[in-house]
Design a protein around this ligand. Sequence first.
Ligand code: ZN
Ligand code: ZN
Length: 141
Amino acid sequence: MSDLMTSTSTCLCGSVKITSDAINPNFTVCHCETCRTWGGGPFLAIQCGANVVIEGQDHVSEYASSAWASRGFCLKCGTHLFYKDKKSDAYNLPIGTFAELPNVNMDMQYFSDARPDYYCFSNETKHMTRLQIEEYLSSLE
Ligand SMILES: [Zn+2]
Ligand SMILES: [Zn+2]
């Protein structure tokens, strides 16, 4: 496992700042329809663990995007702040909300079969299809 990093993300208007000291430098991409609808494109997500510190919580609204997760956004500027897993409370933050994040690596592309033909990353990564993800999740139960 790579060394975890500490950094702070900021929304466009600066009302919300989220600091994590457990940032995984291997980030993931999600091509699923929900992520693409939410963000207008694939979701480049940094895993930050459950113990994040949120400044400006008054400006955060959460939308329950599925039975297992919610998505947070800034009420003032609309910046997408996080994807939060309900079970583990683990946060995934959009990589673009961090001003500086040295030495990160695109590691995994989720729902690779849900990616539309109009874009494609040249990064060499692992891939998981919808079926592989469903099989993995049911193996955990
Ligand atoms: Zn904002
Ligand atoms: Zn997704």
